[in-house]
Design a protein around this ligand. Sequence first.
Ligand code: ADP
Ligand code: ZN
Length: 435
Amino acid sequence: MEKYWNKEIECMSREDMKKLQDERLVAQVKHVYEHVPYYKKLMDEKGVTPEDIKSTDDLHKLPFLSKADLREAYPYGLLAKPLSECVRIHSTSGTTGKRVVAFYTQNDVDMWDDCVARAITAAGGTKDDVCQIAYGFGLFTGGAGLNGGSHKVGCLTLPMSSGSTNRQIQFMQDLHSTILCCTPSYAAYIGETVAELGLTPDDLDLKAGIFGAEPWTEEMRHSIEQSLGIKAYDIYGLTESSGPGVAFECSEQSGMHINEDNFIAEIINPETGEVLPDGEVGELVFTSITKEAFPLLRYRTRDLCVLSRKKCSCGRTLVKMSKPMGRSDDMMIIRGVNVFPSQIETVLIAEGYSPNYQIEVDRVNNSDTLDINVELNPDQFSDKVKDIQNRERALSASIKAMLGINPKVHLLPPKSITRSEGKAVRVIDKRKLHD
Ligand code: ADP
Ligand code: ZN
C-alpha cells in the first residue's frame, strides 16, 4: 500500500490546492515587495504592485528572476529577513559559474526537511529504515537536505557524505542500510565497486535509492537498479529553492511530483518568456510561496522539462515534472544541431556500454567536432585493434542515428575515465576556451 508523509497535502483536491496557493502567493508577494528592494525595483519597472496579484492567475504579471540577478544581488541583495533570524547558508555547486548563496530561517529548514520526508516516504522509507546518505555534506544542499528529511521520517540515518567507496559498502553491509541517497553517477560507481568486491545485491539489504542533483536517463536507472538490487527514485531540487525535495518520484517512477503547497511551477518558452501549456517542453520556473529568508518569485531554473497533470496511480494529486532533459546551458549546439548529453547516454547504455563516458566538443577549421570517449567494460575489452575499430564504427552509427550528426567514438580500456562521487562532468567544451 502506498504511504504518504502528508496525505492531506499530497492528495489535496486541485481546487483546494489552488486556493492554498492563491492565499500563499498573495501574502508572499507582499512580503517580498516590502522586504526585498531588489525585487521591488523589478516590479516597479514592470509597473506591477502587490495589489495586482490577487491569485495564481496573476502570476504571469510578475517579473522573472534569473541566475544573473542572484549573482548581481550577491550575497545579501535578495534576503527578505534580518540575518539574525536566519540559521543556515547553503551554496550552489557552481556547476555553471560563480556560486550563489541562499539563506534559511528555521521555518525554511523545517519546510525543506518536510519536502524531503515526503520523498523518502514515497520511496517506501519508514522509521524502520536505515538511510545511508552519500551526497556531499557541506555547503552543497544534497547531504543536509536528505539528512534532515531522513531524521524527520525517523530513519536511522548514516550521514556518510560522499567518497571512500569501500567504506560506504562496508557500512552498508555491517549496518544493514536499506536506502541509499547520492547522485546517480555515484550510485553507478558504488554499484560497480560492489561487483568488483565480488559481492552481489543479495549481500546487501538495500531496497531503494533516492538519486538526484544531476540529469540521468531511464537507461541509467535500470543499470543502477540491477547493480544494487533496488528501486531507484529520482529527486529534484536546487539551492535557490532550498535544495533537493522540490519534486520527488513516487511508486509509478514516471516523473516527479512537485511540492505545490510550497512551490508553484510554470513552464516557459526560454526565448520569449511566454508561459506554455502543460505537455510542452520548456524552461521550468519556480515561485516559492512559503520560504521566508530567500523567497524567490518566478525564478528561471534553466532546466528543461514538461509538466503533467495526468492522474497518477499513487493517488497523489501534485503536478508532475518529467525528468529534466538537462539545463538549457547543457545543451550543445554542434554543427547547428541541438545535442544533450542525455541523448548520448541513452544510446551508450542501450548498446551495453558503461555509463562512464565523456564528451569533448571543439572547433577545428571552423567546423565543430564531437568526440565521445567511452570506457569498455572488462568483458568487452579486447587487444585486437580490428575488434575495437568495428565496435567504434557500430557505436558511431547508433549515435548518428540518434543525433543526426557523426561523432568520433573512442573506446577506452576499463577504468580510464575518472569516476564521480558527486555531480559527474560529462562535457568538455573546448570551443569556449577559444572565445
Ligand atoms: P548548481 O546549479 O551549481 O549545480 P545546485 O547544486 O543547486 O547547483 O544544483 C541544482 C541543479 O541540479 C538543478 O538546477 C538541475 O539542473 C540539477 N538537478 C537537480 N536535481 C536533478 C534531477 N533529479 N535531474 C536532473 N537535474 C537535476
Ligand atoms: Zn505518483
